[in-house]
Design a binder for this molecule. Structure first.
Ligand SMILES: Cc1cc2nc3c(=O)[nH]c(=O)nc-3n(C[C@H](O)[C@H](O)[C@H](O)COP(=O)(O)O)c2cc1C
Length: 396
């Protein structure tokens, strides 16, 4: 593993959420990357994981109490020592306190004294996350320069499958690496990314869609943004938080997606098509709900416009087009065929029958195919895949 955090000083704040146990793994991952880690917990975090666990893992005292007798003022000492401050998990309460400058415990007082960059990994129940107060607080913090990783969608401790899960420790460690080792190799470039599924209406209550979660496209948009690009993300309906600093254009149908992409095709230096637009759409959309009859029903579908091919036909000199090939059979042959048919420069092929790659999950295993090269990447986080795709685009 690259020691990209070698000798960097990381203060990790842990708040009172069930994901606090994952912060233990985060400490280990940061240490493996060469970082020195000091942990500050809220009193409520100690109800989930005792400070002793963090002390042992970080090899440093884990602190909770502002007023415990010490040689120096701990909140000031931590703030001076830190190269970065990461709060994982960041509770709704913590976001609210930080957004309002409240300093009533060691973690929040340290946050106020801190001048090092702040990375938040929020984690909470989906309704707490969607609450306008939380959204407002989160936006306030982002507008002030805080970076964020997650929250992700998936299984929550409360039993729901929804948004609010803390990003995985590996994703948080990668986000910290990116924060402390910024690459600006896409600055001045316009990157257009598509993400998510499309929804093709049958009648006012029924539609056809697919299993794309949008996670891959969102990771690409965030990576391109972090590397200095001006990014537009055309997104089908997904349950992911809009990335800060990225223009998000929400679309519904394949036709909407096509129109949004073609309207910006000329502007873009790079187009990365991670969305899964429908290939077929109903010939007739009923204005009223189609009644159930005893005789079953035949739904007539027509082909949608092939967006990747249309972009390929209109490609301007110097423009790079990246398409995804989500396949279940003959993955590489199909992907290579796509390279020619769509006049693309790079095809990202993934086998969507794997359980650790493709739809819905946070990891992916892809093969990057260009006209003269083919590279199979191991299973890695979608963010790491996103950076690998951008590295390949840069080489082109
Ligand atoms: C079992 C349990 C799990 C909780 N999980 C979360 C959570 O994931 N996110 C959150 O914002 N609050 C969660 N809470 C509520 C917080 O612990 C509560 O708002 C607390 O005041 C947060 O304090 P702190 O921000 O000072 O750590 C949970 C509470 C309990 C009892």
């Amino acid at each position: 593993m690259d020691k990209m955090l070698k000798d960097r000083h990381i203060v990790l704040g842990v708040t009172g959420g069930i994901a606090a146990y994952k912060a233990c793994d985060l400490v280990s991952r940061l240490k493996k990357r060469g970082a020195q880690v000091r942990v500050v917990l809220t009193a409520n975090a100690c109800r989930f994981v005792p400070p002793l666990t963090f002390e042992t893992l970080s090899d440093n005292p884990a602190v909770v109490d502002t007023f415990e007798p010490r040689k120096s003022l701990e909140h000031i000492a931590l703030a001076k020592w830190a190269d970065a401050f990461v709060i994982a998990p960041a509770s709704a309460n913590c976001l609210a306190k930080l957004a309002n400058g409240i300093a009533d415990d060691l973690l929040s007082t340290t946050a106020l004294a801190m001048t090092a960059p702040l990375l938040l990994a929020p984690a909470m129940n989906a309704n707490m996350w969607r609450h306008p107060a939380t959204q407002h607080n989160f936006k306030t913090l982002q507008d002030r320069g805080a970076k964020a990783v997650g929250p992700m969608s998936g299984h929550l401790a409360c039993g729901d499958d929804d948004v609010g899960r803390m990003a995985e420790p590996e994703q948080i460690a990668e986000a910290l690496e990116a924060l402390l080792n910024p690459r600006r190799d896409f600055s001045g470039k316009h990157v257009l990314v598509t993400a998510g599924p499309t929804v093709e209406r049958i009648d006012p209550v029924r539609y056809i869609t697919n299993r794309s979660s949008g996670k891959m496209g969102y990771a690409i948009a965030e990576a391109a943004r972090d590397r200095g690009a001006e990014v537009t993300l055309v997104s089908g309906p997904v349950s992911l938080a809009a990335p800060a600093g990225v223009e998000v254009v929400p679309v519904e149908s394949s036709a909407d997606l096509c129109a949004a992409v073609l309207a910006r095709g000329e502007w873009a230096d790079v187009v990365i098509q991670a969305a899964a637009p429908a290939d077929f759409t109903p010939v007739n959309v009923s204005e009223s709900k189609i009644k159930k009859t005893g005789g079953g029903m035949v739904l007539e579908l027509r082909n949608t416009t092939d967006i990747a091919r249309t972009l390929g036909e209109r490609k301007r000199p110097g423009q790079i087009l990246v398409a995804f090939a989500a396949e279940t059979d003959d993955v590489l042959d199909n992907a290579r065929g796509k390279l020619e048919k769509k006049n693309a420069d790079l095809i990202v092929a993934n086998d969507v029958t794997r359980t650790d790659a493709g739809f819905g999950v946070d990891t992916n295993a892809v093969t990057l195919i260009t006209r003269d090269d083919q590279r199979a990447l191991p299973v890695m986080s979608k963010r790491a895949v996103a950076d690998a795709i951008l590295d390949r685009v840069k080489a082109l």
